[in-house]
Design a protein around this ligand. Sequence first.
Ligand SMILES: Nc1ncnc2c1ncn2[C@@H]1O[C@H](COP(=O)(O)OP(=O)(O)OP(=O)(O)O)[C@@H](O)[C@H]1O
Ligand SMILES: [Mg+2]
Length: 305
Amino acid sequence: MVPINLIIKADNLVKRYNNLTAVDNISFYVKEGEMFGFLGPNGAGKTTTMKMIQCVSPKTSGKLEVFGMDVSTHQREIKKYMGVVPQENNLDPDFTVYENLRNYSRYFDISMEEAEKRIEELLNFVQLIDKKNSTTEYLSGGMKRRLVLARALLNNPRLIVLDEPTVGLDPQARHLIWEKLRALKKKGVTIVLTTHYLDEAEKLCDRLVVMDYGKIIVEGEPSQIIKDHIGTGVVEVDNYPELVECLQKSDSIYEVMGDIIVIYTNDPVHITNQLSMECSLDKMTTRKATLEDVFLKLTGRKLRD
Ligand SMILES: Nc1ncnc2c1ncn2[C@@H]1O[C@H](COP(=O)(O)OP(=O)(O)OP(=O)(O)O)[C@@H](O)[C@H]1O
Ligand SMILES: [Mg+2]
């Protein structure tokens, strides 16, 4: 059953660029106050989907509503309550940190006085107050990303849509962004994000989808997705022919990944005992199953063109 308090609702959404179907008939919903992730290999259609939600790229067909309004007819109203972090930092390099924010605030119905106040607060929030008068061209990658996040918050949005918010950031900057996103979520802000960092998605997202070739191939809560597709544990062993033969005789679910064999299991102790007794194997690594295991299992190992 689809819940009522939906911030985004997509039904059979399609985006075509000439002959290419970048988003291929996807349906999903995002509930108020949740953190929702879009994962998928390069070219899967994540950014294309974000751009349709952000009302900057028109859909080809299907339905897409944000705050209960149609993205094709209510762009202005939707944008008023939405914050956007695009995949590429589109800051004005000639202006200072302060000026970038000040110029952006003019798109919204915010008085000069109010804008000044918010800019000050937001620069403190993303820890950039010391850089207020620096030209953005000379900021580091992590600082630019934090500035784009501050910019997305200028209009006090109910929804923020972030396309790879932490790409290329060092662990400190990533953790800071996570902390800020959690603080916003606590305030009731709905958050939609894309990421290639699967640990990030696992930690942050209440629900997520994995896209591939324009389609949604899995949807759900991270822990449930892992349980459904992998189990709770993974045993990794070196790949050699006798072991494959031995595994074929057992009822293990495994995958050969180059020189490593990955065994998916809910009972790693049983599997390791079995392997050491039946296959005379003593070198094994046991670890918790992760979203990355699911991602690779479902989308394969082949690089996307
Ligand atoms: N403006 C455009 N014109 C033509 N094709 C496009 C355009 N924008 C995106 N595409 C194509 O649409 C497909 C989906 O691209 P999209 O940017 O949505 O992928 P993505 O999932 O965001 O990938 P990444 O992880 O690399 O950012 C790709 O094949 C891409 O080449
Ligand atoms: Mg993208």
